[in-house]
Write a protein that binds this ligand. Structure first.
Ligand SMILES: C[S@@+](CC[C@H](N)C(=O)[O-])C[C@H]1O[C@@H](n2cnc3c(N)ncnc32)[C@H](O)[C@@H]1O
Length: 397
């Protein structure tokens, strides 16, 4: 059994897991923990909204005696002693009342036991109950000479698990901030969110293609901007097709993807870019998968006057209706779309949605429902952010 530990906005992580793995393999363990009834997944790097995947090793009664001994036994089992090799060990607690200092002292007890068994160990100190992604990646705790033990406390049981994958924040920022062409005006779609958008658009297919595979599906982003969605789709092994109203954006996407090509091997994958108005453009057929972040309206750093917000929403709403009408005629009957569309945060946690969400049926689409999460809660935003991104998963009817 695996457990997925979700990020700041668990609903989005739940939808992503449901889409890729299937609701039948999932059960909700707690607010931000999802149980997966599989022993492994083909690729963990592709889940933008899952912080950590852990493998469940043991179930214990609450407040077990000799926890340190149990943890040390697991480490000894998992990492056979190698002469001259120093191992790095970390401990993270979830849903626990323990203070970091108490966790550190359990860690030191584990170290002592391991030392008595001839291990050379460095313990990564806890500043918080769970180690940060940066600590896990930096100390290589998921590598052959490292281990992170995760302890999840529930009312009636304690689960001991081992981290098998941690979201690589260093890799994300390397392919975000280092890109040659960025544009604050079109917004900075985080690569993680781009992955989630792709996963919601492709479903289980997103685990299938890989850079060596011969079978490839093409992902269309009709609002490609600087190309973040295209970039992540290429890394996942898809062919990509990007279009944007502005020629400058197509040049930016081209420059960014050329830069990416030097880092990854995309020799066998197709990449096409074109200038085009999404409300009228004819894309090459067939179109099976559409993933992208649409036009979000003008950026807002403070609350607009209600009349101004109404104007903004109306303009953006019209564009979305025209776009959906245009693309509806061109997609295949089994197509799936995931679009990050704007929603405006008018009060903390309260949003104005695009009115066209009530006209999807007339536009020829059905919004995808999820078993374990409410579609209306799939909104990605930071505290105080006015223009948020609502994730909309659609199928033609
Ligand atoms: C929020 S940005 C997308 C940014 C993109 N995710 C990226 O990685 O940079 C929206 C994009 O839509 C484009 N756009 C606006 N109206 C459009 C239209 N009618 N047709 C196609 N693209 C349009 C803008 O030029 C802009 O690049």
């Amino acid at each position: 059994m695996l457990l997925a530990i979700l990020g700041r906005q668990p609903n989005i992580g739940i939808a992503e897991l449901e889409s890729v793995i299937g609701a039948e393999h999932l059960s909700i363990f707690s607010n931000n923990l999802v149980l997966i009834n599989k022993d492994s997944l083909a690729d963990y790097d592709r889940f933008g909204s899952v912080i950590k995947f852990v493998k469940i090793l043991q179930d214990l009664e609450p407040q077990p005696k000799n926890l340190a001994q149990k943890v040390a036994d697991i480490v000894i089992d998992d990492l056979p002693l190698q002469e001259g090799v120093k191992i790095k060990f970390g401990l993270s607690f979830y849903q626990s009342k323990l203070r970091p200092s108490q966790i550190n002292s359990i860690g030191l007890s584990v170290k002592k036991i391991l030392k008595n068994n001839s291990y050379s160990v460095r313990v990564v100190p806890n500043n918080t109950q769970s180690l940060s992604s940066a600590q896990i990646i930096h100390n290589k705790l998921t590598s052959p000479n490292g281990i992170e033990i995760v302890i999840i406390e529930q009312k009636n049981q304690i689960i001991i698990a081992k981290t098998i994958h941690e979201q690589n924040i260093e890799a994300y920022s390397a392919r975000d901030q280092a890109r040659p062409m960025r544009d604050a005006r079109v917004g900075m779609l985080p690569p993680k969110l781009a992955q989630t958008i792709i996963n919601l658009a492709t479903g289980p297919l997103s685990l299938e293609p890989n850079p060596k595979s011969e079978i490839r599906h093409t992902i269309l982003d009709p609002f490609c901007g600087t190309g973040v969605v295209l970039q992540e789709a290429l890394i996942m092994g898809f062919n990509v097709y990007g279009s944007d109203l502005e020629a400058r954006m197509i040049e930016y996407s081209q420059a960014n993807l050329d830069w990416l090509k030097n880092k990854y091997n995309f020799d066998k994958q197709q990449l096409n870019l074109n200038v085009g108005d999404a409300c009228q453009h004819n894309w090459p057929q067939p179109i099976d998968i559409v993933a992208g972040e649409t036009y979000l309206g003008r950026p807002l750093s403070s609350q607009p006057r209600p009349a101004d917000l109404t104007d903004i929403i109306q303009g953006v709403n019209t564009l979305h209706k025209k776009f959906l009408t245009n693309i509806r005629k061109q997609i295949s009957s089994g197509a799936q779309l995931c679009l990050a569309i704007p929603a405006w945060q008018t009060k903390p946690g309260q949003f104005e949605h695009l009115p066209m969400l009530h006209q999807l049926k007339d536009l020829g689409f059905k919004r995808q429902d999820f078993k374990y999460t409410d579609t209306n809660k799939l909104i990605y935003y930071r505290e105080g952010q006015i223009v948020a991104r609502e994730l909309l998963v659609l199928k033609p009817i």
